[in-house]
Design a protein around this ligand. Structure first.
Ligand code: ADP
Ligand code: TRP
Length: 345
């Protein structure tokens, strides 16, 4: 598929990122780059999952700040509001209602199998109910917009499988095909390695390279990447090296080949490899892109306008699905519900 491919309006793509920290290279290469590419090809809806992030970010100022930052990052990275919707999850509050309705047809066994929940418990994090319920809310996000495809990183694939299960249970229980069964879409880099060797994740600050950090901070992060003590002339394995693996995501094949050869045959020191990585980061996310990002900080109203316009359209789609959901479940569309469904601003 190419940038100029005809838009296939019949395919709806939907995805979300949590407002739980600064967006990082894992978010970009695992999901956001794909989101922006897909805006040329389908009907795209992207949102900032602020309800989800409340399971971990429980500070009002920080919550608002991360939500704004995520939206501003998307716009600076190339999301075009004329081609794709960008909105806050909380501006379509019906998703929380749908999550509840889905929970009534979902077995505990399915929820208990969620890796992300089990991983958090294994790390000793005291779980809140929201963390356990997380996949039901995510399923509601996907199903309320009748999404066909969900472009995400590898860590979210199980959640999409759970979403398909919940959609199936609902349709079966209420004997109506209310929901489509969506499919996950992986990027070319579904699991980006972090600076500490595991997955790059907002939940571990030391693991991330933020997409838009201050140049001095990015430099420090890159130059401080821990390596073994091999010298310039020593032979190194590129496939286990964070510097190489991150560089490979961004460099042209011929540039990657130079670093790979230098590692495999000797001649490429870690210091020089780090400098090449820094230069690539600057090339991709510095200059014009960074200037665009700074403009967002200076014009927060612009970002707010985009989010509101996106939510307005997203709510219309959501309202259409909720009508089907109410009909299937026997929840009356009272005058109050009707007013909410038709709410315009
Ligand atoms: P985080 O895991 O850092 O909190 P989110 O959960 O908000 O980030 O993830 C937003 C999107 O970025 C999801 O589609 C997720 O799969 C993707 N993603 C996050 N981290 C990575 C990574 N290290 N590699 C690839 N994709 C990732
Ligand atoms: N759980 C996703 C993550 O952490 C964010 C998310 C919430 C999402 N709802 C979604 C992603 C719906 C795709 C579709 O990355």
């Amino acid at each position: 598929m190419t940038q100029t491919a005809e838009k296939n309006k019949s395919l709806r793509y939907l995805s979300g990122v949590q407002s739980s920290g600064r967006l990082h290279l894992g978010n970009y290469f695992g999901a956001i780059q794909n989101h922006i590419r897909l805006q040329e090809q389908g009907d795209c809806l992207y949102f900032i999952a602020n309800y989800h992030s409340l399971t971990t970010i429980q500070d009002a100022e920080l919550q608002k700040k991360y939500t704004f930052m995520a939206a501003a990052d998307y716009l600076a990275l190339g999301l075009d509001p004329a081609k794709a919707l960008l909105f806050r999850q909380s501006d379509v509050p019906e998703v929380t209602e749908l999550a509840w309705l889905l929970s009534t047809v979902t077995g505990m066994g399915l929820m208990e199998r969620a890796h992300s929940y089990k991983d958090k418990i294994a790390k000793g994090i005291a779980p809140n109910l929201g963390l356990f319920f997380y996949p039901a809310l995510m399923a509601a996000d996907i199903l309320i917009y009748q999404s066909d495809r969900v472009p995400v990183g590898q860590d979210q694939i199980q959640h999409i499988e759970m979403c398909r299960d919940m959609a199936g249970y609902f349709n079966h229980t209420f004997k109506k095909d209310v929901f489509k069964l969506p499919e996950g879409v992986l990027s070319a880099a579904p699991k980006v390695i972090g600076l500490t060797g595991g997955k790059m994740s907002k939940s571990e600050e030391a693991s991330v390279i933020p997409i838009f950090g201050e140049p001095a901070e990015i430099k420090k992060k890159v130059m401080n990447i821990v390596t073994d003590s091999k010298g310039v002339a020593d032979v190194k394995d590129p496939e286990t090296n964070v510097i190489y693996l991150l560089y490979k995501l961004m460099a042209k094949p011929e540039e990657t080949a130079v670093m790979e050869k230098g590692f495999r045959q000797g001649g490429m020191g870690y210091g020089d490899a780090k400098k090449l990585l820094l230069a690539k980061l600057e090339e991709l996310f510095g200059g014009g892109v960074l200037a665009k990002r700074k403009k967002m900080d200076e014009n927060p109203d612009l970002v707010e306008d985009v989010l509101l316009a996106g939510a307005k359209k997203a709510r219309k789609i959501a309202a259409g699905t909720m009508e089907l959901v109410y009909e299937a479940t026997g929840i009356p569309v009272s005058k109050i519900k009707k007013a909410i469904l038709n709410f315009e601003f």
